[in-house]
Design a protein around this ligand. Sequence first.
Ligand code: PLP
Length: 360
Amino acid sequence: MNRVYNFAAGPAVLPEEVLREAAQEMLDYRGAGLGVMEMSHRSKEFDKILNDAKQDLIDLMGIPDEYEVLFVQGGGSQQFAAVPMNLMKNKVADYIVTGQWAKKAMAEAKIFGQANKIASSEDKTYTYIPDVSDLPISENADYVYICENNTIYGTTYKELPNTKGKILVADQSSMFLSKPVDVTKYGLIFAGAQKNVGPAGVVIVIIRKDLITEDVLPGTPTMLKYKTHADNNSLYNTPNAYGIYICGKVFRWLKEMGGLEVIKERNEKKAKVLYDYLDSSKMFIGTVEKEYRSLMNVPFVTGSDELNAKFIAEAAANGLVQLKGHRTVGGMRASIYNAMPYEGVVRLVEFMDKFEKENA
Ligand SMILES: *Cc1c(COP(=O)(O)O)cnc(C)c1O
């Protein structure tokens, strides 16, 4: 077996320990005589898998009793519709547009009501986060929406917006569980699992219980109502059982490591190696304003498309894969999620340094 260092933005690297354990349990889950993929979602074994995953997540994030944790499907993109369908009581919401995911979410919300762009960083191709301390929040806004870490552009919020009392909704897909967050500051957090937590096909929703109601927009499908999933402990229909099982193992992996303070320190240490190198390099340039640099997604360029392509190809040949930037922005992007070992980033920087010297 020859595992590479996988810098993909998602689906992305998972902890090797988790994969090994899952492999061991693949054919016979703890004496059940069958694997989790083959198991009824109503079995006592799966019931425990789901409830343990939920409890471990609650413990990790310190999620208060006033919040519900849901495991749903449809990807992050389906939440772009679910959020307005459930929360747009006045049919007005404010969006802070810091990249393509926020832009898509706003476009989706416009199907259901008035979605206002109250701030944007589009003027500088989303290389920064706008000042969010005193925004023109709409008086009748049902919520204020952010994408807290911009996977494509590599920016992240250092301060949450002042929502002037309105509900904050955050897409945390590419930063979920990368550091501690104060859940009480949010009305709703969602995250697609395939970035930092598990396989594609699971979305984790953390929602304040008073926001879970039958009072949703007319025509909201049963499967898109948060209440449907909350009333049924995420078992209204067949969930992505295997995906939840892997997420549960990742939660346990984080817990055993010491929790989100510990992973935050590790992530900071890892990101520093790469950013310090970028700041010293004459060939590779980080594309994000320093203040807003993401701990998770690190985009960079050489200034030459040819050199970029050469770098990506040679890195891949050296076991450093998926370094190509998003198809809409080009250049390179190293996603260094929780499961990327420190050693992987060191190897990347050593390779960049060698490449720089050879191609100077
Ligand atoms: C990947 C991503 C999405 C989209 O997720 P899908 O599961 O592919 O729908 C949404 N938001 C952010 C921040 C992402 O990184």
